[in-house]
Design a protein around this ligand. Structure first.
Ligand code: ATR
Length: 279
């Protein structure tokens, strides 16, 4: 019998996950289907109960349900619990267990251009949900510094204080970040600034960056944000948000099936789907 996988969100029509995951199920000859479900917050508990009742293999959770879903699950792993957000649920012998593959997905994608974070100085721009997943994940690596610049500094301080993994960190304003930029080996842009349609915006000026440092943006539409354009023109190595998206999906697929999938195939599919609407 066909196995069901799903993604729950509100809205959900824009999600590229069904395209990416259904292709993998057919590529690996698995009799499974991955469906998007538009679920409003007030129906989330019923949706989870329904998926459990029909024996779902697993599902993804996206905005705005990543935190609210936690009380409706049977268990949650340590990293997801600390982050306070779940993006992947696995049916483990009838128990729905929550994981977070956003942070680990970012890290796995990053490792392709920066294999080792030991001793590196890192700046995160933004202190929202995506920043939280990345911060907690990188805090578990041996980074030397992991600072956060955010418009609202209190939010950055809150994130640092919430983190149970010990790492040298400070919160700073965008103005301070601009001045200190040359100190960082890696800078990660996690806000929505620069996302289509406001593609000419970016959070901080990048004149001060260190040559050959690595600049990442978690946005993938457009593929090269203004932030990445400026970073590249100032001599940095750059990475866009496709890798985080692809690797979070690859890690979810691995949790459901035991197979770590062909990420190049996934990336090609996502790029194909983005074709024509990258700005
Ligand atoms: P997500 O879950 O996608 O990370 P979020 O939790 O709403 O989204 O967080 C958005 C992040 O983008 C925050 O760091 C936010 O800064 P504040 O904490 O000060 O709100 C940042 N952000 C959004 N719009 C911004 C803007 N116009 N200028 C500066 N920062 C902005």
């Amino acid at each position: 019998m066909k196995k069901l996988y799903a993604v729950l969100g509100d809205p959900i029509g824009h999600s590229m996950s069904p395209f990416m995951l259904n292709d993998l199920f057919s590529f690996y000859n698995m009799d499974s289907v991955y469906l998007p479900f538009h679920v409003k917050g007030e129906n989330l508990h019923d949706a989870v109960k329904g998926l459990k009742a029909v024996g779902v293999g697993g599902f993804n959770v996206t905005v705005p349900h990543k935190s609210n879903i936690i009380p409706f699950l049977d268990g949650i792993d340590e990293l997801a619990l600390n982050i306070g957000a779940v993006n992947t649920v696995v049916n483990e012998n009838g128990q729905l267990i929550g994981y977070n593959t956003d942070g680990p997905g970012f890290l796995k994608g990053l490792n392709a251009i920066l294999p080792n974070l030991t001793g590196q100085k890192v700046l995160l721009i933004g202190a929202g949900g995506a920043a939280r997943a990345i911060y907690f994940t990188l805090a578990k690596e041996n980074t030397q510094r992991l600072d956060i610049a955010n418009r609202t500094i209190d939010r950055a301080i809150g994130l640092i204080n919430d983190c149970p993994y010990s790492v040298d960190s400070k919160a700073c304003s965008f103005e301070e970040a601009i001045e200190l930029l040359g100190e960082y080996d890696l800078v990660i842009q996690t806000t929505l600034i620069g996302m289509s349609p406001k593609i000419y915006e970016q959070p901080i000026a990048l004149n001060n960056l260190r040559n050959q440092s690595v600049f990442c943006d978690i946005i993938y539409n457009p593929l090269e944000t203004q932030f990445l354009k400026d970073a590249r023109q100032n001599g940095a190595r750059i990475q866009n948000g496709i890798d985080m998206f692809v690797y979070q999906g690859a890690l979810a697929f691995e949790k459901w099936t035991g197979i770590f999938p062909d990420v190049e195939r996934m990336r090609d599919n996502v790029l194909k789907q983005l074709g024509g609407r990258t700005c």
